[in-house]
Structures are given as structure tokens and as C-alpha cells.
Design a protein around this ligand. Structure first.
Ligand SMILES: [Zn+2]
Length: 389
């Protein structure tokens, strides 16, 4: 496809006359050229607890797009992008908001915020104050009517019963550990589309660029650690709940957290091999640009590059595990990439998805949770422990 590569706000994207990149570029130019003026600040949500009041504020521009922040909106606190609706609950996930009582909800977002609270609650009875603020004047129903709509307790029940569950994780799982999404680039790489560097062609024709690109990713890896969610999954495997973790991530964080059975569909950045003879090699050789000690070929990380096939054996193992599972938990992926986005269709049991934003496949899942992953898995683990203990 012909197009131009646009970059801004730490991202790069392909723009063709018809794709969504075109709209993003138009929006970006409008905002940067200050043709779009923000309107007055508005309070989106206020909650109060023992340690004070948390306020989420936002502003919209004349196109009706929003950006928002927690607190007073000082430098660095603003959300990065203008979006159609301010996902205030996702911002609030950084705080222990469950310990706070709601005081004020922006009238325009009452039902969205109510829906987001439903998704995050472990206890429907705790929703009564939220209902009162979101729907003032409406009679408060018996909280049992909300049980059906609360995905967390129902998903926890399924997890507590499961003996062969499979988890499929994507970039969102790693971003909470501080690893940037592969498809966004920052710093040195802000003008370069990773899809053009992470290819066999780039490795062969521009080895220095290729090595710098992965060298930086490897340096980032040295500082990252698994988050609470990785450890919950490892714990569930030890308890016999999870049979395997299938992942698109190449950072090895599931291994590091102690998950015993991990199928890495896109390989791993933690080891290297010779591109020509497949002989194992040291990552150091790759970073230093030393050739293979056996055949003299180029050394590369054990990842799957764009245009390469997924490792057949790992792929088959993943398919087999998913087919046999009674519960599939999809975490931190918007299921945009083929063929991985076909995997959930193979599952015949219960399916749940936990992701930071909506995906076009949400309607295929029994439970859908749009929230922070580490926090959601921790909450699920507490519920599972309560049921099993
Ligand atoms: Zn070799």
C-alpha cells in the first residue's frame, strides 16, 4: 500500500488517503497548529476518601474530543491524546478508588462511568453509592440485580473451578511493566516505523540500524520487572488452574515471574541464534555485531520478524492447549494482528477478555473487562482465594 509515514506524539503511523491514519494526521496538524482551541475545564469525576479528594478533570475542544488528567492538571499530567470520550475510570485505576466514595459525576458520562464501575467491582453491594451519584433521583434497586452484569465475580468463579485454563497475552500485559508497545516508538525512533526495521530485509540490508533498534529494546529490558499480574498468572499455574500461557510478547516476563509453561508465539528477545545455520549464539555477539562462530552468518535475536512465519511447534502447542481448555483468558491485546486474533475462535469453553480498551471482538467473549491488567488480576486472585479457601 502506498502512503506516507507520519510521526508525532511519540508515535508513527502510515497515512493513506483512506485509512484512519489520514484522520489522525488531520487531527494532529489541527491540534499542533493550535487551530483547535480547548474549551473550559470540566470536572469529570470526584471521589472522596480518608486521604482526601481525587478529582479527574478534562477539557474538550471544538471538535468534541477530550483530554483529561487526575488532579489539578499540572504539567505532565495531561492525557497524551485527544479521544472521543474521557476514559476516566482507566485514569483512576492508578488510585485505590474503591476506598473512596463518589461525590460528583459529569452528567454526560453517567452511564459510561456506571458501566466502568460495574466492570471493576468485586462486590455489587458496594455499588449503591455509585448508583446514587450516577442516577440521582432514581430509586436504588436491590444490588442483586447487578450481579449478572458484574464480570469480576463471575469470572472469578470460572477461574476457581478451572483446571486447564489457557491465557493469551499481548503488548498490554507488558506496557504495565514499562515496556513500550512495539507499534509505538519514542526517542531516537520516533520517525521510524518499527514495522520497517523489524524485518529480515532490514536485518540483511541495514544491519547497523537493525542492531541499534534491538540493542535499545534489550537495554530497556534490563530495567523491567514482571508486575503483579504476571505473578498472579504464575501462581494460578502452580495451583493447577492454568495449563499454559500463550504470549505475543518477546520480553520473557512470564518466565521471569515463574510461569512454568509459556508458549512464545513471536519468539524471545532473551536469546540469540545464527540467522544462517540456526546455531545458538550469545546476545552479546548480536549486540557487538560478531558473526556466528560456526558458519560466519549474522547473529540475530530469537524473535519472529515481520514477514517470517510463526514457530510451528509453539503455534501447534498453543492451538492444542486452547482447544482443550474450558476457560480462555485473553489479556492485554486488542486482537488486531493475524493470525493470533484467530486463536480465541478455537476455544469452545468460556472466554473472557481483560484489556485497556475496547476491541472489535469483545462481543465474542462471555466476560469483558476494560481496566488495568495488574489491578484486575490482583482483584480476581483475591476473589478466587476467597472461593477456594
Ligand atoms: Zn551460523
Amino acid at each position: 500500500m502506498k502512503g506516507i509515514l507520519a510521526a508525532g506524539e511519540g508515535r508513527s503511523w502510515l497515512v493513506t488517503p483512506r485509512n484512519e491514519g489520514y484522520q489522525r494526521l488531520k487531527d494532529y496538524i489541527l491540534v499542533k497548529s493550535r487551530k483547535v482551541k480547548a474549551m473550559a475545564k470540566e470536572t469529570l469525576l470526584r471521589v472522596e476518601g480518608s486521604s482526601g479528594i481525587i478529582t479527574l478533570s478534562g477539557e474538550r475542544d471544538e471538535r468534541g474530543k477530550w483530554r483529561w488528567w487526575v488532579g489539578g492538571g499540572g504539567a505532565g499530567e495531561e492525557s497524551r491524546e485527544w479521544t472521543d470520550w474521557p476514559d476516566v475510570m482507566l485514569a483512576l485505576d492508578e488510585e485505590p478508588w474503591e476506598e473512596y466514595a463518589p461525590i460528583e459525576v459529569h452528567p454526560e458520562f453517567r452511564s459510561k462511568i456506571w458501566g466502568a464501575v460495574l466492570q471493576r467491582t468485586a462486590d455489587p453491594a458496594g455499588l449503591i453509592p455509585w448508583f446514587r451519584v450516577c442516577f440521582p433521583g432514581d430509586p436504588v434497586p436491590d444490588p442483586r440485580v447487578w450481579e449478572e452484569k458484574c464480570p469480576l465475580p463471575r469470572l472469578a468463579e470460572a477461574i476457581a473451578r478451572a483446571r486447564d485454563a489457557v491465557v493469551l497475552t499481548g503488548a498490554g500485559m507488558s506496557t504495565e511493566s514499562g515496556i513500550p508497545d512495539f507499534r509505538s516508538s519514542t526517542g531516537l525512533w520516533r520517525n521510524i516505523d518499527p514495522r520497517r526495521v523489524a524485518t529480515v530485509e532490514a536485518m540483511e540490508t541495514n544491519p547497523d540500524l537493525f542492531r541499534r533498534f534491538y540493542g535499545e529494546r534489550l537495554r530497556n529490558l534490563a530495567d523491567v520487572r514482571p508486575h503483579a499480574g504476571h505473578y498472579v498468572l504464575a501462581e494460578w499455574a502452580k495451583q493447577g488452574i492454568i495449563r499454559a500461557v500463550v504470549t505475543q510478547n518477546v520480553d520473557g516476563l512470564h518466565h521471569q515471574a515463574g510461569s512454568p509453561e509459556v508458549y512464545e508465539l513471536h519468539g524471545t528477545l532473551r536469546t540469540a541464534r545464527c540467522h544462517r545455520c540456526d546455531n545458538p549464539a550469545d546476545l552479546e555477539d548480536f549486540i557487538e555485531g560478531r558473526p556466528c562462530g560456526v558458519c560466519g552468518g549474522p547473529v540475530r535475536p530469537n524473535i519472529v520478524l515481520f514477514g517470517e512465519l510463526l514457530p510451528e511447534e509453539v503455534w501447534d502447542q498453543a492451538i492444542e492447549a486452547i482447544r482443550a481448555s474450558s476457560l480462555l483468558l485473553v489479556i492485554g491485546t486488542s486482537l488486531e494482528v493475524y493470525p493470533v486474533n484467530q486463536l480465541p475462535m478455537l476455544a469452545t469453553g468460556r472466554k473472557a477478555i481483560i484489556n485497556g480498551s475496547e476491541t472489535e471482538w469483545d462481543h465474542r467473549f462471555h466476560q469483558v473487562i476494560h481496566a488495568k491488567i495488574g489491578k484486575t488480576l490482583t482483584k480476581l486472585d483475591q476473589l478466587v482465594k476467597g472461593m477456594n479457601g
